[in-house]
Design a protein around this ligand. Structure first.
Ligand SMILES: Cc1cc2nc3c(=O)[nH]c(=O)nc-3n(C[C@H](O)[C@H](O)[C@H](O)COP(=O)(O)OP(=O)(O)OC[C@H]3O[C@@H](n4cnc5c(N)ncnc54)[C@H](O)[C@@H]3O)c2cc1C
Length: 267
């Protein structure tokens, strides 16, 4: 059994998720899984970006595509002026000054990013079209996260969506729309950061489908019943194929682990 990982470390998005002070313990999930992989003697190949030919060369019985996603960019005027939360948390964008963080998802990523920016000295305004920031966090997490954001003196702005960004000298003008009144306001800041969820990185899954025995399809009723979900649809197929986690759609750790548990039970 082998794991191929494009980057130089395992953990995927948990490397970003664990960047803020309040969420660093989420790395414990990756830490435990990585230790299990080592303990079980799995062949881990880092710095290995996999394409279809690499899969064929391995002659596998089963292929699980867990390639996650990539930041989804909104289609708006000035989208090239946006910085993604991943660029901030991954260290590619080192921001200073006044930063507007626009959160379309209202889950952990924008809160982690806003906290990280504030901790590093930025003056941060967290904007969401929802009626509450970090709305999708459960009560236990939200109380800890919101307290941390309040202590960092973040400004919070609900009911507003970002509709465009324009340059103004070396700064940016973010135009916001009140989602209830349609009123437009402008905010001049040094940077505009976007958290808009992820788009599945499913190229390899789509490329492998026609070569698989099950054509990439899982029997969901069998999966829910804890039975083998791979149904033969292509007699000349070379392997069973499944995809899990954010490679299906932008979700969370629970979904990724549960997908994998159900798809891989009989492998
Ligand atoms: C800042 C942030 C905070 C978050 N906080 C939480 C939280 O608190 N709770 C929660 O439940 N969820 C959280 N999430 C979401 C959660 O991290 C993701 O839903 C989860 O990591 C998805 O797991 P995955 O294995 O499907 O994909 P990923 O974690 O994206 O991992 C995919 C891996 O595949 C590798 N890869 C991609 N293509 C290839 C290829 N062709 N060949 C080889 N390797 C490849 C990538 O390098 C990556 O390491 C957060 C996300 C972010 C960004």
């Amino acid at each position: 059994m082998g794991i191929f990982e494009a980057s130089d470390r395992l953990g995927g998005q948990l490397n970003l998720a664990s960047k803020s002070v309040t969420r660093k313990q989420v790395w414990g999930i990756a830490d435990w899984l990585i230790n299990e992989v080592v303990h079980l003697g799995v062949d881990v190949r880092l710095n290995s970006y996999v394409e279809a030919e690499d899969v064929f060369a391995e002659k596998p019985d089963a292929v699980i595509v867990a390639t996650g996603g990539w930041p989804e960019m909104p289609d708006m005027k000035g989208k090239d002026l946006l910085t993604t939360s991943w660029e901030v948390l991954g260290g590619e964008a080192r921001l200073t000054g006044e930063v507007l963080v626009f959160d379309e998802v209202v889950d952990h990523p924008a809160a982690v990013c806003a906290e990280q920016l504030a901790t590093s000295g930025c003056s941060v305004t967290l904007v969401t079209p929802d009626r509450a920031v970090a709305h999708d966090l459960g009560p236990t997490n939200s109380s800890v996260v919101l307290k941390a954001l309040a202590e960092q003196k973040l400004k919070l702005e609900c009911f507003h969506e970002l509709i465009s960004v324009e340059p103004k000298g070396n700064r940016k003008v973010a135009t916001l729309r009140h989602v209830l009144t349609d009123e437009r306001t402008e905010s001049v800041v040094d940077h505009v950061v976007i958290e808009n969820g992820t788009r599945p990185m499913d190229d390899i899954y789509l490329a492998l489908k026609e070569y698989s025995r099950n054509q990439g399809q899982l029997d969901h009723e069998a999966m829910i019943a804890g039975q083998n979900p791979f149904v033969e649809k292509n007699k000349s197929g070379q392997f069973n194929l499944a995809r899990v986690g954010d490679a299906i759609s932008s979700r969370n750790i629970h979904a990724a682990i549960y997908d994998a548990l159900r798809a891989c039970k009989d492998i």
